[in-house]
Structure formats: C-alpha cells, structure tokens
Design a protein around this ligand. Structure first.
Ligand code: M6R
Length: 577
C-alpha cells in the first residue's frame, strides 16, 4: 500500500527521498509527493501520477534542504488527485506529514477542527493530523498528545519548518529507521533504506521518535518505563532489490526459485515442529498466494499425519468461531504485515492458540506476535505478485510436515527440478504468445493440484487483467461446465498421482464441449496440448507445476503490454482490512 520515506542528514534530501520513493514503487501507488525543510520554510511538491512522470514534469526540481519526508499514496479516503496526495500540511504550512494506514475517527476530528476554523484542502483522513499539530512548538510532545487522539492504524512522519528534525509515530503500520553514519532514514519497509545501510531499528506500536543530528530518541506511549530498540543487521543487500539484468522483478524472482528452496532449507523450524507435534488441531490463516500455500499444507499434512488441519482465508477467520487451548495457528505471510492475517492471529491468540509465523520479514508485526517464527530467507520480493516467496513458504511447510513423520530429504532435489523446468522458458513464452488474445481461462485440479490451479488463476488475473477461474476439477459438472464453449482454454494441473485419471476425465468433458484442453503433466493426454513436466514424486508437484504457470502469466502480461511488477489497483503489502 502507501510507501513512506524520511531523511535527515547532511546530503540533498530531495534526491535521496525520490530514490527512496522509487524503491517503494513496488508497493503500489497512484500519487507521490515530498516535503523538504529549508531556511525556516517547507517546500511541498506533490501530484497524482507515477514518479518518473512527475520527474519528467519537473515537479521535484530546485528543492534544497537536508531533511524531508516523502510518500507514495494508494488511495483509500478520496480519489487519486493532486490535493489528496501526501504530504499534507496545516493552515500555516509550517508542519507537513505523511501517513500510512487509516484514521478511523477522522470524521469527528475533522468536524472538530473545522469548527475551530481550520481549512481543509483534501478529502483524506490524513489531513486532520497536520491540523492537529498546527502551532505546536515541540512536535515530540505534540505527537505524544496526538497518539491519544488518533484511532486506527498509522505510521506517520512529521517535519516542521522551524527545526532541523524529523518526527515519527507508529501504531499498527510498519515503520523502520535505517541507521547510517550521520544520517537517519525512516521508511515503511526495508528495500527503501538498503542504498544507505543494512542496520535498522524496527519501531513498535506506540513508538514516537525524534531524530536530529544523527541521533534519535524513542518514547513509547504504551510502555510504563523507557524503551530500548535493538539495531538489527538485515542480511538483504541493495543488489538483491535490483532487477539484475532481467526485464522485470517478477521474471528475476521466478528464476530465483531454485535458490529460494535451498535458502528456505536453512530456516530454523524446530520450535514450530514441537508446537505442531503437540497440537490437538492446526489452523492455517493467510491471504492470496500465502493462503494457497496454506491449502497445499492442509492437504499434505492431513495425508501424512491425519491431524486435523483447516486452512482459512484470514479475512473470513473472524466469522468461524475457531481456536482454543491446544490449537496451533500457522499464519503465513511473506510481508508479515497483512492486516487481515494479523487480525486473525490476534483472535487465535486471544482464544488460547499458539502462533507459528511463516514469513519473509524478520521483525515484522507477524514475527513479533508469534510464539515461533520460521523465516523464509527468500530475499526481498519486489514484484507485487508473489512467486519465490510462495515456493519458500511451501518449502518450510513441507519441512514441518515431513519432520512430524520423520521423513528426510527430497527438497534439495526439488530445487534442481525447478531449475530444470526454468530452462524451458522459451516454450512457455511461445505458448503465451499463442494465448495472448484469449479473454477467459479455466484452471482445474484435484487434491494438492487444486490449490495450484487456484494459484495459477490468481497469477494470471493479477497481472494480465484477464478473466481466470479455478475449480476443483470434479466441481465443473456441478455448474461451471456451462461456461465452457468453443476454444476456451482449460488448463488441467495433472500430476501422476491418484487424482490423475479423474482429472483427465474432467478435461475430456471440457474438450467434448469444444474447450481447448491443455495439460500440465508428465504424461500425454489425448487431444490435449501438453506442458510437459519432469518426473517428480507426486507430493512435490505443487512446487514444480506452478513454475510454468507463473511464466505463462508473466509472458501473457508482457505480450499485452502490461507491467507485471505493478498490476493496477494492487499493493504488495496490504496493511488495511
Ligand atoms: O504478504 P502476504 O503474503 O500476507 O500477502 C498476502 C496476499 O496479499 C498476497 O499473496 C497477494 O495475493 C499477492 N499479490 C499474490 O501474488
């Protein structure tokens, strides 16, 4: 969702803030802006549009100063527009703020401020924050008061025209401080600070910060005593967050999936395994691609251990009346900041469940809420679409399931098989070229192949904007078969397991109704086009068979002139419910 960056040091703030905003573009946004303090004034530049186009329009030229804040906005309250873009400022233009999250009581705050004759320029929930800080000489003290007034989720940076300092406040929305020599960089996530440093402080809920002269002071609104936040060293590098010669991050990240498996093999899963072994029941909560990883886990864990395992879409979890003592909830989230998943975790925890986090981000909100964390070690995933983190999630989840029954090995070989599949890229590209004008796609599968059909459909619709549906293959004849007509592609995920023949039958039924049958399988299916998969133990099929589906989605998007890294309307880290 929105991206936040702030800089205070001795270099040109504008240039560094724009570079930081560019590294946050992947989060998804519709407008951008900056505010820089210089000679007792604030220079604020903001507009609707992408950063490159705003640079082209010379929006950010001639902005001097060594302290400033910047923002990429993903609209929630008020349409994308110049006025609604951040930063927002008070009536006197001496305080500017940027904000991620949602101020839930903004209507009453706005009414109160309007009655005090404050003039509002935007329709945002955010602007009231700037007016609440108006005229305050000591912004650090003012933020402590502000924290009591605001309801909702917020990561806020504030800058005043009158002192050479930056201020920050965090509640339920991620915010970090990058610590470099004589300079401090605030950001909503790690890639934005990597050009400066890999030393970071991860702020916690209630933290209020003043940063000045290379030092920072933290007060916590919830803590009774003082706070200490440790400086962590992140093992991500600036280069990892670059395209490295690939046309898009998505393609690079698809190609990193063999390495992703090997790195996820290093994750420490011991505490998680103990919890799972002792659990009376296991619940999985996650969203989107992470939910699909959770569904695969549900199938394999039930098959291997006969434990009761239920995967839930996190946003639906509150309505299921689940969890109790003895339950273990496994929350899967690459970002560790997905609001729906965090909310489900809080409910499960309150009901007495132990929480296992499967996440790529150390120090994320999910990591901090969990009783045990399994890190993915997938490196930064910049494309909005999840690819390598999905494979890493599956690797960790398979390991947990295998440990429960004492099964050893196998996953190292899967990394090699994935790399073998990746060498067939030109075939997938050719198929994508042939299918680029299709408007409707169906994906089917049974058992562990069903979540892969779901994930394949999600990838395709996310980045090509084409209509893609996934079905449990056996469900087609209960309704959706009426949608199959002349030439509609039906892609069957058909590993050679006990589901194979039935899936073939269901594909036949589609082809009999003139659907165009395509099989992802190691075996030919009469009349169907084959995307040939290497022979692999059936249980690993989800990790291997998804790879050509990611490639197909990628190349269909590119063939249609779409940017796969930044799909419309979507954000990398969905921090609102
Ligand atoms: O960070 P998370 O894994 O919690 O994100 C969950 C979903 O928002 C995410 O997987 C989304 O579906 C991706 N864009 C899929 O490519």
């Amino acid at each position: 969702m929105c991206g936040i960056i702030g800089y205070i040091g001795n270099k040109d703030a504008c240039e560094l803030i724009i570079a930081g905003l560019k590294s946050l573009e992947y989060r998804g946004y519709d407008s951008a802006g900056i505010a820089v303090a210089h000679s007792g004034k604030l220079e604020i530049r903001k507009a609707e549009g992408k950063i490159d186009s705003l640079i082209g329009k010379k929006l950010f030229e001639n902005v001097a100063g060594t302290g400033g804040i910047g923002h990429t906005r993903w609209a929630t309250h008020g349409a994308p527009s110049d006025e609604n873009a951040h930063p927002h400022f008070d009536c006197t233009k001496t305080v500017a703020i940027v904000h991620n999250g949602i101020i839930e009581n903004y209507t009453e705050l706005r009414d109160e401020l309007k009655s005090q004759k404050h003039k509002f320029i935007s329709e945002t929930d955010t602007e009231c924050i700037a007016h609440l800080l108006e005229g305050k000489k000591d912004l650090f003290a003012a933020l402590k008061e502000l924290h009591k007034k605001l309801k909702g989720s917020f990561a806020i940076l504030a800058i005043s025209a009158h002192d050479n300092a930056l201020y920050a406040i965090r509640e339920s929305s991620p915010l970090i401080i990058g610590i470099a020599k004589d300079e401090l960089i605030f950001a909503s996530d790690v890639p934005a600070v990597l050009a400066h440093t890999n030393k970071v402080v991860i702020l916690e809920d209630g933290d209020i910060v003043k940063a000045q002269d290379g030092r920072y002071e933290i007060y916590n609104a919830h803590a009774k005593n003082g706070v200490e936040r440790k400086v962590r060293t992140i093992d991500w590098t600036y280069d990892m967050a670059q395209k490295g010669g690939y046309a898009h991050f998505m393609l690079k990240e698809i190609h990193e999936q063999g390495i992703a498996v090997r790195n996820a093999l290093k994750s420490d899963i011991r505490a998680a395994v103990e919890f799972v072994k002792n659990a009376t029941e296991i619940e999985v909560v996650a969203c989107g691609t992470s939910y699909h990883a959770g569904l695969v886990f549900q199938y394999i864990m039930k098959g291997l251990t006969h434990k009761k395992v239920s995967a839930y879409i996190a946003s639906e979890y509150p309505y299921t009346n689940c969890s109790s003592q003895g339950t273990v909830a496994i929350a899967i989230s690459q970002s560790g900041e997905t609001a729906d998943t965090l909310n489900a975790v809080k409910i499960a925890k309150a009901n007495g469940a132990k929480i296992i986090a499967v996440t790529n981000v150390i120090g994320s909100s999910l990591d901090r809420l969990a009783d045990a964390t399994c890190l993915l070690y997938a490196g930064p995933e910049i494309s909005v679409v999840a690819t390598k983190t999905f494979i890493a999630q599956l690797t960790v989840l398979y390991r947990i399931a295998f440990e429960c029954i004492g099964k050893k090995g196998g996953l190292e070989e899967v990394a090699n098989v994935i790399e073998d599949v990746l060498t067939k890229e030109s075939e997938y590209k050719k198929l994508a070229q042939e299918m680029k004008d299709e408007e409707h796609f169906f994906f089917i599968g049974r058992g562990i192949a069903y979540p892969i059909a779901m994930e394949a459909a999600l990838k395709l619709k996310e980045i090509t904007y084409k209509h893609a549906e996934s079905y449990a293959a056996g469900e087609l004849k209960h309704g959706p078969l009426s949608l199959i007509s002349d030439g509609i592609p039906v892609i069957a995920i058909a590993p050679k397991d006990e589901t194979f023949q039935k899936t073939v039958n269901n594909l036949e039924e589609c082809m009999a109704r003139k659907g165009k049958g395509i099989a992802v399988s190691e075996q030919e299916i009469p009349k169907a086009r084959l995307i040939r998969m290497p022979a692999v133990e059936a249980i690993y099929a989800p990790m291997v068979y998804i790879v050509p589906m990611q490639m197909l989605a990628y190349y269909i998007a590119v063939a249609n002139g779409k940017d796969p890294d930044r799909p419309r309307n979507l954000a990398k880290s969905v921090t609102v419910e």
